[in-house]
Design a binder for this molecule. Structure first.
Ligand code: FVH
Length: 296
């Protein structure tokens, strides 16, 4: 241990998977007295060597500290793990990835058992935990007072970004950002497939792809946000929808020529065509947000 444990908030951590173990190490290194529990007991062994106190069961682990952090596989495992624990007077922080509705239901469930509740969505992978320069952080939402009281402790493994009282909003931010990531990765997957059978080195191609995605991401995301906020989708349009839809056959035909399935891009092109059919040719791609959200 590297710091004076007497000044640090004691806490309990349930779940010693890849993420739970990474979290635990940072609190131990920062000098927090830490009680740990994992369904499969063997996973606590290394952490006990680093100063963690193992609990015989989840109820015992919960009883050990006021601040209880949970990082389990999914919402069902949280319910199972805490089924027999006395949560009265506890500050429950749930870092398990869930849906917004599951987070709201879990907040109600915790409040009904006498606990304050904070939900978290981790925007990091385990190697980024405890490495501030890696840029990882956690979205938090739910009980503001709980967040403020434990802010310093929660900031030990990664940065903190509080997004409001609604317990579902941390999960919503988390899933929204990860969804955007999958869209980006899907685009890169298609791009690599296009060059796959050619004499093009994917390693040389990669920085071209990264630079292009990076250059496009900022203006595209910020521009869409501004247009959504103003309600005017035709202002400051750089590449209008009519021009972009006219280019769709080039993308589809190139995929055919390269023997690549267009299945990742086709749904997006279909949305573009539907928006154009509504008479939105002078807009950019912002209107597709409404097509998705309203199902027009
Ligand atoms: N690892 C990652 O890259 C991502 C980064 C972003 C956030 N996620 C979420 O974090 C939660 C935990 O993820 P993890 O990486 O620690 O996951 P695993 O290594 O698979 O460990 C799962 C732990 O959950 C325990 N567990 C599973 N089912 C139950 C149950 N019914 N009752 C009690 N515990 C359960 C499991 O225990 P065991 O299998 O060792 O007995 C592990 O401790 C997760 O929501 C990610 O989406 C990680």
């Amino acid at each position: 241990m590297t710091a004076n444990t007497q000044e640090k908030t004691p806490l309990t951590l349930l779940g010693l998977g890849a993420m739970g173990t990474a979290l635990a190490r940072t609190w131990l290194a920062a000098g927090h007295p830490l009680t740990v529990w994992n369904r499969t007991p063997g996973r606590a062994a290394g952490l006990v060597g680093e100063g963690a106190k193992p609990a015989g069961g989840a109820p015992e682990a919960v009883a050990a500290s006021t601040l209880v952090v949970v990082c389990l596989l999914d919402d069902a495992s949280v319910g199972e793990a805490l089924a027999d624990a006395d949560l009265a007077g506890k500050d429950l922080v749930n870092l398990t990835t869930t849906t917004p509705a599951q987070a709201r239901a879990r907040a109600e469930w915790a409040r009904g058992r006498g606990a304050r509740y904070l939900d978290g969505g981790i925007m990091a992978v385990p190697p980024m935990i405890g490495v501030p320069e890696a840029g990882g952080y956690v979205f938090y939402s739910g009980d503001t007072e709980l967040f403020e009281e434990h802010r310093e402790t929660l900031a030990v493994p990664a940065g903190t970004t509080y997004v409001g009282e609604d317990a579902g909003h941390a999960a919503l931010h988390d899933v929204a950002l990860l969804s955007a990531m999958y869209g980006m990765v899907a685009g890169a997957t298609h791009a690599f497939a296009l060059i796959r059978k050619e004499d093009i080195d994917p390693v040389a191609f990669a920085p071209l792809l990264v630079d292009w995605i990076t250059a496009m991401a900022g203006p595209s995301v910020t521009g869409t946000a501004r247009k959504l906020a103003s309600g005017d989708y035709t202002r400051d349009v750089v590449s209008n929808l009519a021009m972009q839809v006219a280019g769709v056959p080039t993308f589809v035909t190139t995929a055919e020529e390269q023997g690549v399935s267009p299945e990742l891009l086709s749904p997006y092109f279909e949305l573009m065509r539907r928006r154009l059919a509504l008479g939105s040719g002078e807009e950019d791609l912002t209107g597709l947000v409404d097509l998705l959200a309203r199902g027009e």
